[in-house]
Structures are given as structure tokens and as C-alpha cells.
Design a protein around this ligand. Structure first.
Ligand SMILES: Cc1ncc(C[n+]2csc(CCOP(=O)(O)OP(=O)(O)O)c2C)c(N)n1
Length: 714
């Protein structure tokens, strides 16, 4: 196909800003360079332009207050940007970029992925008719510009906060969010489903899936492309190639080289000057001569595409997608031209438009940062310096990494695997210490699990570190490749339980339920960071079967650590009593034990002295401990930060089978409620979940027949 073009069908008389005389009665040229008043100028210099077009492109002055955004101020919905000129669209992109930087500086959140797709977002919303046309943002962490342009600008300052905008696209939040996301690599499957539904229902809207080169490393993306090539429905896939495949991290030296063969194939493609020249030629021919030149251009284009084979990058075409690219993803003119062209084709089938962007584009501190400022806390816009709180303790993630390094120092069979999450799992530290023994497999949790199974089957000791919610994606592999074969893979499940701002997509609610139902799996959870270190040591010794341990997002509680951070293995299947009492027993599983301790303290003021136990193991259960708690107390309450079907269910099952529920014992299981809990502050989430110390205390009081006191707590 020729990338040609009569650029953007302009109808300037309809331009929204020209039809808004109150605000913009002045000449349109005003928007080419936006002059800040002396008052808003960073240095008080009269007439300093805070957003301006220079020879090399648009520049934003981030040194002072948020610059004026006169054009963006006229855009509430995509319909308002239909008639903007190419120049206006560029200006809109610059203003949008400023809006996002200044807003995220105040809230924290995902920054650089959004900055990288500003031009793409503007071009998509200019050309396509959302919400009828569907845009599906893969992962969705780059959707901030989309949210701003689709009626949510005034709420951007609430993003990721309790009752505020979600950090990812969410169908409940806006009709413009065609598909919810958070986990990666789903956009092509969902887009294909929508395209086929459209065909069956006799509609004619466009479907556009936007997927990053990182998300493109997952198997599901290929499964979807393979199917798209076969079904031949009209579907547009935009591959956003910014050369960052794994989640970058600021915890170590900087981003790692992108993993996987796809990334090098894409690089080769972009590096081919011959290919690019041909593309340019095709473009300029059609631009100069107009639509009549299609045939010529198509030939040049076909030849150019032939080049792809020479560079070994025909993968997309072999899967049946029509490949267009590479395109400069920051050139709105080109993007608009191509989108219009593809949109006007009657039956293009599945098309893949490969765009090249820079993560953090247009914000110098992000461009320069080792991690491109992927995920940030509040920061100073001038310098990009983040206001990170000094915490007295490290994160659970770091204690895990530290403990694993200690085990690996004395056991050269230990290897570590993560799925594009070196920073998030702490394994970057391990990688630094043992570069040969650490594997970043890309966003490919299924592969990570079976790869670990392969390593285990040859006698190595793999630790597979995957967030609780992401491991859901590798579940069949956990069952079929690991547990069924009783292979000793150790699963370190970070972000277990509620996770705060990331919300329900990232909430580790289900791992206890999905792991503890497996016949061979040993399932454990530490109640604090010292326990975590011991559990890493325990896992290292379990050689005859798989095991897993879960730990939460956030920091340790300040527990005294074992010498040199080297753990001592626990006896498998044994819990411990933390506090002896009577009448009431509280049995916590995992880090929620801290809330149980808080509850026990509160209960003292009601003259109640419960026994408090830390289960440590969900499987095998410490049946001696549970039997004791059940027979020596009137009330037994289990508490866990996980869904129904987890620890409490296993305890109840054991108690019922052993007849211990046939007598006077009152048993209650406190678990996460049977609904998804929205993003928000961790304390708010805990309140909503009903698992705080107060809630535990209230449960005890009402079971003891003291409902008034219980109510007073609420
Ligand atoms: C299934 C799954 N695994 C891991 C992640 C964590 N994660 C979020 S963004 C990201 C990198 C995505 O890279 P890419 O798609 O190229 O987007 P970019 O951030 O570079 O714009 C990862 C690994 C996830 N969201 N989903």
C-alpha cells in the first residue's frame, strides 16, 4: 500500500477554536507559538514562550508553572479535534504533553509511556471516530493522553487515587475505553474479537489495537496475529516500538538490553536505510502527484516491502498481516496520513503499522533517565527529581532478592527467572550478582513457568519470581508442567494481596486458592520480612516437589533480620504461636498477621486476651496447631489477604473432616470480599476489604456476644 497523501481533509472554517470566538477571537496564528504572560513566564522575562515550535520540533519550558494550553482547553472530546490542521495537531500534542507532565508530577503514576504516545493518541483521535471506532490500549499504562482527550481531563489529578480515575483503561469509566487492561498482550485478541463481532453484526466501525514492543513479546499476541491472519477481518494493529521490552527500573544501573529476537528484528528493520529511502520515495510520490499515483507508489511500496524479507522481518506478513513501517511515531503528519489511508481502504484485512517512538519523549528528565521515568512518585517538573520518601525499612521485594542472593552464594544450582520484571521482582540485584544465573524471558509468564520446569528437570533449583496476579497467566503451566510432574520449581509471588494504586488488575487475590488446591504444591506465606528470608531458605531446601511463597507490596515492618540476611529453613508444615491467650484464637496467614497483632492489642482494652498464631503454611496445614486452637478455644478466626477458597477454606475443610466442627467451636474465616476492589490508597482498600485490625477486633467482639462494642469500632 502506498503511504500517500493529501494530508488531513482540512475544513478550517469548522475548526472548533475558530468557532469559539469568546476564547479565540484572535488570529489562528496565535497557536503556532503560545506566548505566556510575564506572570506565567518562568523567569519573568516578558514574552517568554513556554510551548513553542522550534526548528527541531516543539519545545516545552518545564522550568516554571504549568504553561497555558489554549488549544487543549477547547478539546473535551475527540469530536472537537476533527478539523484541526496539521500544525494545530502538533500544538495540541505539545500542550497535551505539558498537561500530563504537570499533572503526573502532582499525583505520581505512569509517565513516560504516555509521553511516548502523545502524537499517536492525537492522530488516532483525529482520524478515527471513537467511541464507535474502538481503540484498545495494550497494558493501558500509556492511556493518560487518551483519558485527557476523552472527557476526563478535569479528573486527571485524581488518577490512581481512591475514587479517582483508574490508572488503566476501564470500561466502567468511559465509553471511550473499549477494553479494560492492566495485564499485557491482550489487545490484539480483544481487537480481533471486536472486529469479528462487527462483521457478524453488520457494522462498519474500525478497530485499532495499540501494542508495545514489550507487550508484543507475549505468546498471546502471536496467537492473536496468527488467528487474525486467518480470519482476515479488518483490524489495525499499531505496534509501538520504543525498544523497551522489559519493565525498566530505576533500582539499578538502568534499562537492560531488550530481550528477545523480535526486538532485534525490529531494530534491523529500522536500520535499513534502503528500506527507509524506498518508503520515503513512495510517500513523496503520492504526496506530490495525488491519488492518481497510487499505482506507481504501490509498486515502489511493494518493492520496499520486499526488502523486509531480506532483513528477515517478514514475520508479521507471514502471519497474514499487512505490514506498514517503520513510521516515525512522533510525526503526526505521517501518522495521520497513514491512518487515513488505512481507514479509507475498503477491505485491508489485518494491518500492522509499526511506529517508532521514544519513551518519555519531549520531557528531558524522562528522556535522560535510566528508567525513562516509567512509573513515578510525585516529582519536581523542572528537574524530574522524584520526592521519594525515606523509608526506615526496605521493601519485601528487596528482602526477597537479598535472601535469594545469600542462598545462591552457597548453592550454585540456584537460578532465577522473571518475566520482564527485573525491577519489580528485585531480581535485577540477583542479575547483577549472578548474571549467568538470571533469566529475563520477556512478558511471557507461561514460558517462564515451563522454562523453570525444564531447568528443574535437569537438576537446577529455579526460583520463578512472578507477581501473584501475573502468575494467573501461567497457571496451566504451573499445574501441568510443574505440579503434575512434581518438579521443584520455587514460585516467589510478589504483590500478594491488595496493591493500592494499580487496582484490581494487579491485586494478588487468588494465588492461595489456585496454588493450595494443587496436590504436590507446598504453599507458604511469611508474616514479616524476617520470615520471608527464612522462607526463601526453606524453598531452597525443598527439592522433591514444587513450592511457593507469597509476600505483599510495600515495606517490611522493621523486624530484626537473621545474621547476614541468610535464612534458616523452617520445618515444612509447622506454624507458630505468637501470643498465648484463652477463649479466642486468631490464626493469621501471611502479612495480615500484622493486622491480627493490632487486633490483639485492641482487644486488650476490652479485657480479651486472644491466642494469636502465625500459620506460615497453608499446605501442608499444621494440623496439630489447628487442632489445638480449635479444642482449647471457643472461637477460632482465620484471617488472610486473599480470596475465598484459600487458607480459611483449607482450615475449615480439615476441621469439618476431623469432626472438630461438630461441637461448640465458632469458626469464622476472614477473607477478601467476593468482589474486585478498586484502586486507591492501601489503607482505604484494607478498610473496604474489612480486614483491618478494627474489623478483626469487631468480629471477635460480636462472636463473643458484645455487638455494641463491635459496632462502636466501625
Ligand atoms: C501479563 C503482564 N506481565 C507483566 C506486566 C508488567 N508490565 C507493565 S508495562 C510492561 C512493559 C510493557 O512494555 P511495552 O508494551 O513495550 O510498553 P512501554 O512501557 O514500553 O510503552 C510490563 C512488563 C503486565 N502489565 N502484564
Amino acid at each position: 500500500m502506498a503511504v500517500s497523501g493529501s494530508l488531513i481533509g482540512l475544513n478550517k472554517s469548522l475548526s472548533p477554536y475558530l468557532t469559539t470566538p469568546k476564547l479565540y477571537s484572535v488570529n489562528k496564528r496565535q497557536f503556532i507559538t503560545v506566548k505566556a504572560s510575564a506572570a506565567t513566564s518562568s523567569d519573568g522575562e516578558e514574552g517568554k514562550m513556554t510551548i513553542r515550535k522550534e526548528k527541531e520540533g516543539w519545545k516545552i519550558d518545564f522550568s516554571g508553572e504549568k504553561p497555558p494550553t489554549p488549544l487543549l482547553d477547547t478539546i473535551n472530546y475527540p469530536v472537537h479535534m476533527k478539523n484541526l490542521s496539521a500544525h494545530d495537531l502538533e500544538q495540541l500534542a505539545a500542550e497535551l504533553r505539558a498537561e500530563i507532565v504537570y499533572s503526573v508530577a502532582k499525583t505520581g503514576g505512569h509517565l513516560s509511556s504516555s509521553l511516548g504516545v502523545v502524537e499517536l493518541t492525537v492522530a488516532l483521535h483525529h482520524v478515527f471516530n471513537t467511541p464507535d471506532d474502538r481503540i484498545i490500549w495494550d497494558v493501558g499504562h500509556q492511556a493518560y493522553p487518551h483519558k485527557v482527550l476523552t472527557g476526563r481531563r478535569s479528573k486527571l489529578h485524581t488518577i490512581r487515587q481512591t475514587s479517582g480515575l483508574a490508572g488503566f483503561p476501564k470500561r466502567d469509566e468511559s465509553v471511550y475505553d473499549a477494553f479494560g487492561a492492566g495485564h499485557s498482550s491482550t489487545s490484539i485478541s480483544a481487537g480481533l474479537g471486536m472486529a469479528v463481532a462487527r462483521d457478524i453484526l453488520g457494522k462498519d466501525n474500525n478497530v485499532i489495537s495499540v501494542i508495545g514492543d514489550g507487550a508484543m513479546t507475549a505468546g498471546q499476541a502471536y496467537e492473536a496475529m496468527n488467528n487474525a491472519g486467518f480470519l482476515d477481518s479488518n483490524l489495525i494493529v499499531v505496534l509501538n516500538d520504543n525498544k523497551q521490552v522489559s519493565l525498566p527500573t530505576a533500582t539499578l544501573d538502568g534499562p537492560a538490553t531488550p530481550v528477545g529476537a523480535l526486538s532485534s528484528a525490529l531494530t534491523k528493520l529500522q536500520a535499513s536505510p534502503k528500506f527507509r529511502q524506498l518508503r520515503e520515495a513512495a510517500k513523496s510520490i503520492t504526496k506530490q502527484i495525488g491519488p492518481q499515483a497510487h499505482e506507481v507508489a504501490a509498486k515502489v511500496d511493494e518493492y520496499a516491502r520486499g526488502m523486509l524479507s531480506a532483513t528477515g522481518s517478514t514475520l508479521f506478513e507471514e502471519l497474514g498481516l499487512y505490514y506498514i513501517g517503520p513510521v516515525d511515531g512522533h510525526n503526526i503528519d505521517d501518522l495521520v496520513t497513514i491512518f487515513q489511508k488505512v481507514k479509507s481502504m475498503p477491505a485491508p484485512g489485518p494491518v500492522l503499522i509499526h511506529i517508532v517512538t521514544e519513551k518519555g519523549k519531549g520531557y528531558p528528565p524522562a528522556e535522560a533517565a535510566a528508567d525513562k521515568m516509567h512509573g513515578v512518585v510525585k516529582f519536581d517538573t523542572k528537574t524530574g527529581k522524584q520526592f521519594k520518601k525515606k523509608e526506615p525499612t526496605l521493601s519485601y521485594t528487596q528482602y526477597f532478592a537479598e535472601a535469594l542472593i545469600k542462598e545462591a552464594e552457597v548453592d550454585d544450582k540456584i537460578v532465577a527467572i522473571h518475566a520482564a520484571m527485573g525491577g519489580g521482582t528485585g531480581l535485577n540485584y540477583f542479575q547483577k550478582r549472578f548474571p549467568e544465573r538470571c533469566f529475563d524471558v520477556g512478558i511471557a509468564e507461561q514460558h517462564a513457568v515451563t522454562f523453570a520446569a525444564g531447568l528443574a528437570s535437569e537438576g537446577l533449583k529455579p526460583f520463578c519470581a512472578i507477581y501473584s496476579s501475573f502468575l494467573q497467566r501461567g497457571y496451566d503451566q504451573v499445574v501441568h508442567d510443574v505440579d503434575l510432574q512434581k518438579l521443584p520449581v520455587r514460585f516467589a509471588m510478589d504483590r500478594a494481596g491488595l496493591v493500592g494504586a494499580d487496582g484490581p488488575t494487579h491485586c494478588g487475590a487468588f494465588d492461595v486458592a489456585y496454588m493450595a488446591c494443587l496436590p504436590n504444591m507446598i504453599v507458604m506465606a511469611p508474616s514479616d520480612e524476617a520470615e520471608l528470608i527464612h522462607m526463601v531458605a526453606t524453598a531452597a531446601t525443598i527439592d522433591d516437589r514444587p513450592c511457593c511463597f507469597r509476600f505483599p507490596r510495600g515495606n517490611g515492618i522493621g523486624k530484626v533480620l537473621p545474621p547476614n540476611n541468610k535464612g534458616i529453613p523452617f520445618e515444612v508444615g509447622k506454624g507458630r504461636i505468637l501470643m498465648g491467650g484463652d477463649k479466642v484464637a486468631i490464626l493469621g496467614y501471611g502479612s495480615i498477621v500484622q493486622q491480627c497483632l493490632g487486633a490483639a492489642e485492641m482487644l486488650k482494652s476490652h479485657n480479651i486476651y486472644p491466642t494469636l498464631a502465625d500459620a506460615r503454611f497453608c499446605k501442608p496445614l499444621d494440623i496439630d496447631l489447628i487442632r489445638r486452637l480449635a479444642t482449647e478455644h471457643q472461637i477460632l478466626i482465620t484471617v488472610e489477604e486473599g480470596s475465598i477458597g484459600g487458607f480459611g477454606s483449607h482450615v475449615a475443610h480439615f476441621l469439618s473432616l476431623s469432626g472438630l466442627l461438630d461441637g461448640p467451636l465458632k469458626l469464622r474465616s476472614m477473607v477478601l470480599p467476593d468482589r474486585y476492589i478498586d484502586h486507591g490508597a492501601p489503607a482505604d482498600q484494607m478498610e473496604e476489604a474489612g480486614l483491618s485490625s478494627r474489623h478483626i477486633c469487631a468480629t471477635v467482639l460480636s462472636l463473643l456476644g458484645r455487638p455494641k462494642e463491635a459496632l462502636q469500632l466501625k
